[in-house]
Design a binder for this molecule. Structure first.
Ligand SMILES: Cc1cc2nc3c(=O)[nH]c(=O)nc-3n(C[C@H](O)[C@H](O)[C@H](O)COP(=O)(O)OP(=O)(O)OC[C@H]3O[C@@H](n4cnc5c(N)ncnc54)[C@H](O)[C@@H]3O)c2cc1C
Length: 335
């Protein structure tokens, strides 16, 4: 899922041929409480989208090498030697580590990423009846997806992507996903299963050192509340590219020169993701749980959003700082 507002704000183009659905509403559910609001997203075919991005990079002059993995990097003189599983070796003055969750290069160069992972499992299912193509649903609650949330996303007339991410749970994601499927659907057929881990520990600082920058999930550039990392990784990758070109032209790839990368991405996403961690900690605390129950009860009793917010603030003025940061919180919902 890529939010359309996020794509616009971060100037990410999504070509038509990778888009599977364009729902325009989001439904948030928590226990027996739910509400819907307008929220436009692109549901994309991830492998087609990645292929498109790779083709764009090649058109711009990148050399794409597939079929082998980077096994290690070692400092030599004023640069690096990169060795791969096929036995090839490359020399480089500057390395951008963008290997996602695994963070090998981050560890090889001696940096540290905050560790907090969400374990995700997702099934694509086919139903025997048409489904509402216009709504995605996000379900919260420790009985559905402890420490995370579940999603139900349309990808075709009778096809859905149902998945969840959980943290610090004794039970497996399979347990929770199959329970959710049983509760919600009958007579479905599983078409595809996908599992993965998302790093939701927040931004890594520093994300650079002499001759090296970490980008995307490797640098913790993933929204810690929603586990979304595609748009932020693309946007931060673009910043890294720009800083890399400047550094190479100046023949200075020192950490001092590369600091500009972190300054820019911190302003773009880092600061907001730290706020997202604060919000997550609040929601997971006892106070947060009481707050959610209170808001749900108010909303159900007919108070509109504005009135509910005023009531919550008068009950606990320490929450005013979140109201004052509303424009940043909106961005956290978009990317
Ligand atoms: C089930 C699930 C659902 C998700 N849903 C969403 C969503 O709806 N929206 C969203 O924005 N985000 C979502 N995410 C998160 C998103 O996928 C990641 O945040 C994003 O892909 C990070 O991009 P990246 O380029 O940093 O890393 P990746 O996309 O993980 O790319 C890293 C690449 O590096 C390669 N690589 C790794 N190690 C090596 C090596 N040693 N040598 C060579 N190559 C290597 C990998 O093969 C891979 O191609 C989801 C994640 C999961 C697991």
């Amino acid at each position: 899922m890529l939010t359309i507002t996020g794509c616009r704000l971060l100037k990410v183009e999504v070509p038509n041929h990778v888009i599977q659905a364009r729902p325009e509403m989001a439904k948030i559910s928590y226990k027996n409480f739910s509400f819907e609001f307008p929220f436009k997203i692109y549901v994309v075919d991830r492998s087609r989208f990645d292929k498109y991005l790779a083709e764009e990079a090649v058109k711009a002059g990148a050399i794409l090498k597939t079929g082998s993995r980077v096994k290690g990097i070692k400092r030599r003189d004023h640069g690096w030697v990169v060795s791969t599983s096929s036995g090839e070796k490359f020399e480089s003055k500057l390395i951008v580590g963008a290997e996602g969750f695994k963070v090998l290069s981050v560890e090889w160069v001696g940096l540290k990423r905050p560790r907090d992972n969400a374990v995700c499992l997702q099934y694509e299912i086919e139903l025997r009846s048409p489904i509402d193509q216009n709504v995605i649903e996000c379900i919260f609650g420790s009985d559905v997806a402890p420490g995370g949330y579940a999603w139900i996303v349309p990808i075709g007339e009778e096809m859905l992507r149902v998945g969840l991410g959980i943290r610090r749970s004794r039970r497996s994601p399979k347990y929770y996903l199959e329970k959710l499927l049983k509760e919600r659907f009958q007579g479905y057929r599983i078409i595809r299963k996908m599992a993965g881990i998302v790093s939701v520990g927040g931004p890594m600082t520093p994300s650079y050192t002499d001759g090296y920058m970490a980008v995307g999930e490797a640098a913790g550039q993933v929204n810690p509340l929603f586990g979304m990392g595609c748009l932020s990784s693309i946007a931060c990758g673009r910043i890294a590219g720009k800083v890399a070109v400047k550094a190479l032209k100046k023949d200075d790839v020192s950490a001092n020169q590369l600091r500009e990368y972190e300054n820019e991405w911190w302003d773009l996403v880092g600061r907001n993701y730290m706020l997202a961690i604060e919000i997550r900690n609040l929601l997971e605390s006892e106070k947060g749980q009481k707050l959610i129950k209170y808001v749900a009860a108010e909303y159900r009793s007919g108070s509109g959003i504005g009135k509910t917010i005023l009531k919550v603030l008068s009950k606990d003025p320490s929450l005013l700082k979140y109201a004052l940061n509303w424009s940043r919180i909106k961005k956290i919902a978009y990317y």
